[in-house]
Design a protein. Structure first.
Ligand SMILES: Cc1cc2nc3c(=O)[nH]c(=O)nc-3n(C[C@H](O)[C@H](O)[C@H](O)COP(=O)(O)OP(=O)(O)OC[C@H]3O[C@@H](n4cnc5c(N)ncnc54)[C@H](O)[C@@H]3O)c2cc1C
Ligand SMILES: *[C@@H]1O[C@H](CO)[C@@H](O)[C@H](O)[C@H]1NC(C)=O
Ligand SMILES: *[C@@H]1O[C@H](CO)[C@@H](O)[C@H](O)[C@H]1NC(C)=O
Ligand SMILES: *[C@@H]1O[C@H](CO)[C@@H](O)[C@H](O)[C@H]1NC(C)=O
Ligand SMILES: *[C@@H]1O[C@H](CO)[C@@H](O)[C@H](O)[C@H]1NC(C)=O
Ligand SMILES: *[C@@H]1O[C@H](CO)[C@@H](O)[C@H](O)[C@H]1NC(C)=O
Ligand SMILES: *[C@@H]1O[C@H](CO)[C@@H](O)[C@H](O)[C@H]1NC(C)=O
Ligand SMILES: *[C@@H]1O[C@H](CO)[C@@H](O)[C@H](O)[C@H]1NC(C)=O
Length: 521
């Protein structure tokens, strides 16, 4: 019951808000009235304002001129009205903001790059106190042991540039505007991950603000339980203000490859997935990173097939590394773009059309829904599952009124550093992954509204695989592609770590200050 009251409190629409709630109905009106009554003693915006001001924390409130801008979601499928968006400039101010929110019984969330697929950086519903990290952007490289301390207001492109200036690099995703806070809290996959692991695997220590405002360190020696939890489930446990990461030497050369075969028939495209599984199990080097990319073909029954990736090994060995896989695909691609160059050039090419330096302009939003599926290495997709999946993309994918793509990302395969990390050393629950498949559908012009059948379109695509797989198939889902419509989310996201995370949550955030959709509760 206490939990119910808290949930009602977070959905309580802040007074003085100029934004209208996404759905107004008599029921939600009644709930809001009930919530205001239940929460009146706890929530007092005036007190929140006074407390933040007393600690010098600047914040934007509903009705302020910049409120609409600072509370915009990257995914425009969501519009939420936070109670306030705070912009702390120091760890002490982050602490003060969290304590102020907790005292008012508010839902408190961090926002790093704001690229959560379900707008959890805004709280994932109305009424949250958003702690925006964008004023905490220091990156300090220590040559003595090649670690870097990265404050979580940074975005991936800026991190890559700053480390590269020291000849160093980190594994991370391709979109330069994604924030390091969310990315490293839930995973962080890029084409160097088979060699170096996920972003979270590079974290050696962190500074964390807990739900009561206390600032603590976490590492394998200090608060080891918290250290476990923040590497795979950080948003539920605290606001990580900085991470200390182990960097890698920037590879001396890189090759980005982008092949497409347009309008393949179902059989040919299915063979290309099956042979990708076989290729992954052959002796491929860790410096090889890749994904398959599918989009709608030009008529029903056909699909466009892409192979994108980067290779960071000896350039002379690139052709012979890829040749065994290319041999299984049609001889002449519609397009083959091979871009050799420096390491940082590969990061820039993969981020295109966005720049690596994100300070000059914001990136454009989109209106989309995403699902994910992580396939186990021990039980790769069956021929039946692959054929059903490709048939679905070629048929329903042609008639869908969404703009969609599917990425089949290679996490595993021989020599993958992702799989080499012991399962229980971090909260990331799916070390035995061969592919992480991302299913992404946006409205046709990228603007709201999102078409209603866009949900069932992706549900059906995932089901085409699951319904043709063993009933005890041990698949998972990826938290950085977070989906608030998933049934069985706790198991798919947190797997065997869920019980441990639940008891750590009770100890480390007993008042559930960091609460939001699909969190550990
Ligand atoms: C265009 C695009 C491309 C992408 N490409 C990739 C890719 O190549 N590889 C990949 O792995 N993922 C990729 N992603 C997914 C991305 O990793 C996630 O969306 C990520 O969670 C976004 O992090 P953020 O900080 O930008 O988001 P936010 O919305 O700011 O945060 C996401 C979640 O993390 C929490 N959080 C943020 N900062 C902190 C902090 N300091 N401490 C604790 N919790 C925090 C938030 O409260 C929220 O719950 C991509 C996403 C987009 C939109
Ligand atoms: C909020 O707090 C202020 C200052 O303590 C007080 O004057 C006001 O009555 C409170 N409002 C509510 C609704 O509790
Ligand atoms: C909107 O907010 C972003 C940061 O979130 C800022 O960079 C930009 O300048 C703001 N734009 C306006 C018009 O206020
Ligand atoms: C790296 O070196 C710094 C001192 O330069 C030290 O404070 C830090 O603990 C070291 N980190 C690791 C992971 O050894
Ligand atoms: C990005 O560009 C701005 C100015 O345009 C500059 O001040 C900043 O140092 C650059 N950032 C990086 C990481 O290179
Ligand atoms: C790799 O193959 C391409 C043709 O597919 C050729 O142009 C290139 O020279 C080859 N590179 C090496 C290093 O052999
Ligand atoms: C080929 O692919 C590259 C890289 O994706 C792209 O920039 C280029 O426009 C494509 N060319 C054609 C003819 O489609
Ligand atoms: C804050 O919370 C942590 C974790 O629950 C706890 O160990 C610590 O004692 C708390 N600090 C205070 C001042 O209550």
């Amino acid at each position: 019951m206490a939990r119910y009251i808290m949930t009602v409190c977070t959905s309580h629409h802040p007074p003085n808000s100029s934004c209208s709630p996404p759905h107004s109905s008599m029921l939600s009106l009644l709930l809001n009235v009930a919530a205001i009554w239940l929460c009146a003693s706890a929530q007092n915006v005036t007190v929140l304002q006074q407390t933040l001001a007393a600690h010098g924390v600047s914040a934007v409130y509903p009705g302020d001129i910049t409120f609409r801008n600072v509370s915009k979601a990257f995914n425009e499928r969501f519009t939420f009205a936070p109670i306030a968006v705070a912009f702390p400039t120091s760890v002490a101010q982050v602490s003060a903001a969290v304590a102020a929110g907790a005292a008012q019984n508010l839902e408190v969330v961090a926002r790093s790059g704001g690229h959560s697929y379900i707008a959890n950086g805004l709280g994932g519903r109305n009424g949250a106190l958003v702690v925006d990290m964008s004023k905490l952007k220091a990156i300090t490289f220590r040559p003595s042991n090649n670690t870097a301390i990265i404050e979580t207001g940074n975005r991936l492109g800026d991190v890559a540039l700053a480390l590269n200036a020291n000849g160093r690099a980190l594994p991370h995703g391709t979109c330069s505007y994604v924030g390091i806070g969310g990315h490293s809290g839930y995973g962080g996959f890029g084409f160097t991950s088979r060699a170096w692991g996920l972003t979270l695997d590079t974290v050696r220590s962190a500074t964390v603000v807990l739900g009561n405002g206390t600032v603590v360190s976490a590492s394998s020696n200090v608060n080891p339980d918290l250290f476990f939890a923040i590497r795979g489930a950080s948003p539920s446990f605290g606001i990580v203000t900085s991470i200390e990461v182990q960097t890698f030497p920037a590879p001396p050369s890189a090759i980005v490859f982008e092949y497409t075969w347009n309008n393949l028939d179902i059989q040919t495209a299915s063979n290309g997935i099956a042979s990708f599984q076989t290729f992954a199990a052959s002796n491929i080097p860790p410096e090889f990173g890749a994904e398959l990319v599918f989009t709608a073909g030009h008529k029903k029954g056909l699909v466009n097939f892409g192979l994108t990736g980067a290779y960071y090994g000896d350039a002379k060995l690139f052709n012979s590394t890829l040749a065994p896989y290319l041999k299984t695909l049609p001889k002449t691609p519609s397009n083959a773009t091979i871009t050799p160059g420096s390491y940082i050039n590969s990061v820039a090419v993969l981020a295109e059309p966005m720049a690596l330096n994100t300070s000059s302009a914001p990136d454009s939003p989109n209106t989309f829904y995403t699902k994910s599926l992580m396939t186990p290495s021990g039980a790769p997709m069956s021929q039946a599952a692959i054929t059903a999946f490709v048939t679905y993309m070629a048929n329903q994918g042609f008639t869908s009124d969404t703009d969609w793509f599917v990425e089949v990302e290679l996490y595993g395969g021989t020599n993958s550093a992702i799989n080499a990390v012991p399962l229980d050393s971090t909260a990331f629950a799916k070390r035995d992954t061969l592919f992480t498949i991302q299913f992404y559908a946006s409205s046709s012009n990228g603007r709201p509204p999102y078409p209603n059948d866009g949900f069932s379109f992706l549900d059906g695509m995932v089901a085409s695989i699951i319904n043709n797989s063993p009933s005890n198939w041990n698949y998972g889902a990826y938290l950085n592609y977070i989906d608030d419509r998933l049934t069985n989310a706790a198991n798919l996201y947190y797997g065997s770590h869920y019980q441990r995370l639940k008891s750590l949550k009770a100890a480390l955030d007993p008042k559930d200050t960091f609460r939001f959709p699909v969190g550990v509760a």
